[in-house]
Design a protein. Structure first.
Length: 150
């Protein structure tokens, strides 16, 4: 999702530098960023248990919430200062660079390796299992409808 967010920020920076930003394009890009954050936040929260121990997890969750609230205060203030000194296009570019830095940090991170509890199966085996399951569900639905019709 960071690639998505960086792309939306780069799009804003490029369109702004070519004087192509209008309210509709800006709203569309803000929508893209909102969608990115909607998918990003749960995924980011899911990483926290891999980063801290079980004893530290409640504190980490609290700190994550605190970070979100503090960033909601500091972020717009810092953005306003940067907007004053650099201009909107550079603020969009700095935003994109921040996302790229996070992407590189995530690429360097090695998460815990866990072994699957289930044996690996190839695509054909997996697909045939899904088809068999769907057939059994369809038969169950027909039996249920037959029972309800009586």
């Amino acid at each position: 999702m960071n690639i998505w967010l960086a792309g939306a920020a780069v799009l804003l920076a490029i369109l702004g530098s070519f004087q192509l930003l209008n309210p509709y394009v800006l709203l569309f890009c803000v929508f893209l960023i909102g969608v990115g954050f909607a998918f990003h936040a749960p995924a980011w929260s899911a990483v926290v248990p891999d980063l801290v121990t079980d004893e530290e997890l409640p504190s980490a969750a609290t700190l994550g919430g605190l970070q979100l609230n503090v960033s909601g205060i500091i972020g717009p203030a810092l953005g306003g200062v940067l907007l004053y000194f650099l201009g909107a296009n550079w603020v969009f570019a700095v935003n994109a660079v921040c996302f790229v830095v996070v992407i590189f940090a995530l690429l360097q991170w090695k998460g815990p390796e866990t072994e699957s509890r289930f044996p690996l199966e190839n695509f054909v085996e997996s697909f045939s299992t899904a088809v068999r399951f769907e057939e059994s569900i369809a038969q169950f639905r027909l039996q249920l409808l037959d029972l309800l019709a009586k």
